[in-house]
Design a protein around this ligand. Structure first.
Ligand code: HEC
Length: 175
């Protein structure tokens, strides 16, 4: 019995090691493949709106990559290689999923942003449409204070930021 368990453990470990190896190799080679395919086509027809396209890919419908300042250092490389937009940090549903160092990307669903006292421990008035646009393009919260530098400052046209805002409003569905 014991020896059988022992063998099971050995086989299990071997399988695990194999999987880890395959994943490493895939990541290593996958990066270059993804770069090539993502620079070929802007997959605009996958997305219902310009705002949604920017939110998920960091590109607009004209195929331009939205330039940004700030953000963590690895991000520029990551976005350069893989593409990516707000969803990379705030999650596909806008709730903010990924923990980055000490900063948790905020829940940026529209209804949440315009709520009074929407963030615990932070004292500032609720967001308005204009203030949300300033947060995105200038990295300022409603009190005029700079957001953490983990949040990139996005240099997008007024139309683009308008479209992103409209998209944030569509995330309101699930509470
Ligand atoms: C590298 C990760 C990252 C990316 C990419 C990113 N954000 Fe953020 N964002 C953050 C973090 C972290 C915060 C919280 C900053 C703080 O609390 O000071 C934040 C805060 C915000 C806020 C303010 C929320 C609040 O509660 O004050 C808005 C609005 C926002 N992001 C919108 C966007 C939009 C729109 C995009 C895409 C165009 C985007 N973010 C892309 C990390 C990111």
């Amino acid at each position: 019995m014991n020896t059988r368990l022992g063998w099971l453990a050995v086989i299990g470990a071997a399988v695990l090691a194999g999987v880890v190896l395959v994943v490493c190799v895939a990541l290593f080679f996958g990066a270059s493949v993804v770069t090539r395919s993502s620079s070929e086509v802007a997959p605009s027809d996958q997305y219902a709106s310009n705002g949604q396209l920017i939110y998920f890919t960091g590109r607009n419908q004209r195929g331009e990559r939205i330039p940004f300042e700030g953000g963590p250092m690895w991000l520029s490389n990551w976005l350069y290689m893989r593409g990516g937009g707000c969803a990379t940090c705030h999650g596909a549903d806008g709730r903010g999923t990924v923990m980055m160092g000490t900063e948790v990307p905020s829940d940026i669903r529209y209804h949440h942003l315009i709520e009074e006292g929407h963030e615990e421990g932070e004292e500032h008035p609720p967001y308005t449409d204009e203030l949300i646009k300033e947060a995105i393009t200038m990295g300022l919260n409603p009190a005029g204070e700079p957001l953490d530098l983990t949040m990139p400052r996005w240099h997008m046209s007024n139309q683009d930021v308008e479209d992103v805002l409209e998209f944030l409003k569509t995330l309101d569905g699930e509470h």
